[in-house]
Design a protein around this ligand. Structure first.
Ligand code: SF4
Length: 304
């Protein structure tokens, strides 16, 4: 995943886990509005024994997403078999797969009245298909029970053909898989099992398997990449017919344990790179300091 969990990062209204506000540039300082929707969603999700990335990472955008009837569910447990340098998810021996989870995700989506449901997971290299069949069951359950559009933000499934076939046949509206960073930095930023070429291949094979599926990818910026390197990745993604793109600022979950922020990119830089992405032909682009993988996900799929 990438997503975020990671990844979806520390609150910008308060100092968290050793990250200090003092170092944040003014454009990254904002109060996070909390309202009934937040409490209702958090409570319901908890009652149903589910996880959302929104609550898990206390994402600063969650009120906006909830208001837009979008939320990101985290399936397949909280423990990842990989260990990326930017990600605050637990690593180690994962929990057994919860077979009732697809139904509960669908029920929660219906009760929350969601119009667009994003489903993500940690990486499960311990499962023969990397969890692809479980993802597919979640897509079908949500579609059947509440008719919402579905976006899956997936690991790379080690590019196993049967796993990719599961996702292609479930036909989510959007398949999202982040390259996270530029090729030169993959070794430092992502787990040693992650591979830039494999990530591109996953996006291409899903598109070739079912051209109706919109494909999406994203990068975190501020880890030492140059603009030229970012543009090269955008060209690589467009060469694989990727439709949607997100570019956001990496924020360190905790100064003691995670990769340092090399630089806070300015809103103007995000605007410029976003413009370049649109000129390269991405149908939908979200580029900005607060942008995360599922940011404005519903607007993207609705073509707004
Ligand atoms: S693979 Fe695991 S450690 Fe890496 S970003 Fe995804 S959840 Fe985090």
């Amino acid at each position: 995943m990438n997503c975020f969990l990671n990844r979806e990062l520390p609150i910008l209204g308060e100092a968290s886990g050793g990250g200090s506000l003092r170092r944040l540039p003014r454009w990254l300082k904002r109060k996070v509005p909390l309202g009934n929707a937040d409490h209702f969603t958090a409570q319901l999700v908890q009652e149903m024994g589910l996880q959302t990335v929104c609550e898990h990472a206390r994402c600063p955008n969650r009120m906006e997403c909830y208001a837009a009837k979008t939320a990101t569910f985290m399936i397949l447990g909280e423990v990842c078999t990989r260990n990326c340098g930017f990600c605050a998810v637990k690593h180690g021996q994962p929990e057994p797969v919860d077979l009732d989870e697809p139904q509960r995700v669908a029920q929660a989506a219906r009760q929350l009245g969601l119009r667009h449901v994003v489903i993500t997971s940690v990486t499960r290299d311990d499962l023969p298909d990397g969890g692809a069949a479980h993802f597919a069951q979640c897509v079908r359950a949500v579609r059947q029970l509440c008719g919402a559009s579905v976006e899956v933000l997936t690991p790379d499934f080690r590019l196993q053909p049967e796993a990719i076939a599961q996702i292609v046949q479930a036909a989510p509206e959007v398949l999202n898989h982040n390259t996270e960073t530029v090729p030169r930095l993959v070794r430092r930023v992502r787990d040693r099992q992650a591979d830039y070429g494999r990530s591109l291949q996953l996006l291409l094979q899903v598109k070739q398997g079912n051209p109706a599926i919109r494909t999406k990818s994203g990068l975190m910026l501020g880890l030492g990449e140059t603009d030229e390197e970012v543009l090269d990745v955008l060209v690589d993604l467009r060469d694989r017919e990727v439709d949607f793109l997100t570019l956001g600022q990496y924020l360190q979950p905790d100064v003691r344990r995670y990769l340092p922020v090399e630089r806070y990119r300015t809103p103007a830089e995000f605007e410029r790179l976003g413009q370049a992405a649109r000129q390269l032909g991405f149908q939908q682009v979200a580029s900005g300091p607060f942008v995360r993988s599922s940011y404005h996900a519903h607007e993207m799929v609705a073509g707004r």
